[in-house]
Design a binder for this molecule. Sequence first.
Ligand SMILES: Nc1nc2c(ncn2[C@@H]2O[C@H](COP(=O)(O)OP(=O)(O)OP(=O)(O)O)[C@@H](O)[C@H]2O)c(=O)[nH]1
Ligand SMILES: [Mg+2]
Length: 289
Amino acid sequence: MQADGIRSGYVAVVGLANSGKSALVNALTGRRICPSHEHPGMTRIPVTSILMTDDVQICFIDTPPLDSGSGCLPVSGADLYCLVLNSNQLSAQLDSSHVLDFLAKIRDVPLIVAPSFIDHFPASLHGALVNQVSMAVNSTDIVPVCSLSGQGVQSLVNSVSAKIPGRVELFPDDCISLHSERFLVSEQIRYSLFCALPPEIASTTAVQIEEFSIRDEKRYVRTNLYVARHSSKGVVIGKKGSMLQHIARIASESASRIIERPLNLDLWVKVRESWPENREDLVEFGYVC
Ligand SMILES: Nc1nc2c(ncn2[C@@H]2O[C@H](COP(=O)(O)OP(=O)(O)OP(=O)(O)O)[C@@H](O)[C@H]2O)c(=O)[nH]1
Ligand SMILES: [Mg+2]
């Protein structure tokens, strides 16, 4: 640890839908805590994932897309913002009113820009991407990344670490996230729906953990999946329960990898007619406060 304390703080990772925020947080921390999927708007509320080394503790906050919500800052009080821009749509993203609003609001908080998807461009063009960003954004820290191959990720960790304040440790040793195991598991169940089901059914199926208990070192997780239409119930269950088993397999594998414990997942499908249109249901299922 450094004499002036460890570098410890919060970094909010922000950007437009599908720009690669969640995949980047997972690459930065080496854990797949944040659900990442090609379906836009996969991240619905901020999700934390902590990078711990001997010298730094960085709590990355994966955020919902800037173009999804209220126009408020996705997270306030961060030590640093990391703006992720999809390099395939760089001009459009730099001109987006949501990005411009965000840049106007962050004021004195330091900013690092990470153009993502650089695997879609030859290395000879990466410098041009950096130049294009530097002409539009008031930041000298621009680190191109590919979260899938890991290219640029260590450089980004170095840039972020250099901007995190030295202070007392904010997080206990071995802390991987500020969320409960229960929340992390429920996000992996939600992710498994997108892997297994058509997007229109996955995005209208809510996950509600009814029981989360410890039995012989195993986590027992009884969960209700609420579909919004009667006709979706059969799709989620599948022939003789095959789809439900498939969903449970994906969710158990990914969740037990994250919490590093075996999991016994018990899934039940229920109908809550038109829940995405009902504010009380949205609150109950954790979509809005
Ligand atoms: N080829 C390539 N694919 C990427 C890269 N980054 C993310 N992806 C893929 O792009 C899709 C969207 O990535 P996410 O990380 O979920 O995007 P997001 O910004 O969190 O999306 P929202 O939560 O909807 O805002 C996923 O299928 C990722 O695997 C990248 O650098 N290169
Ligand atoms: Mg996301």
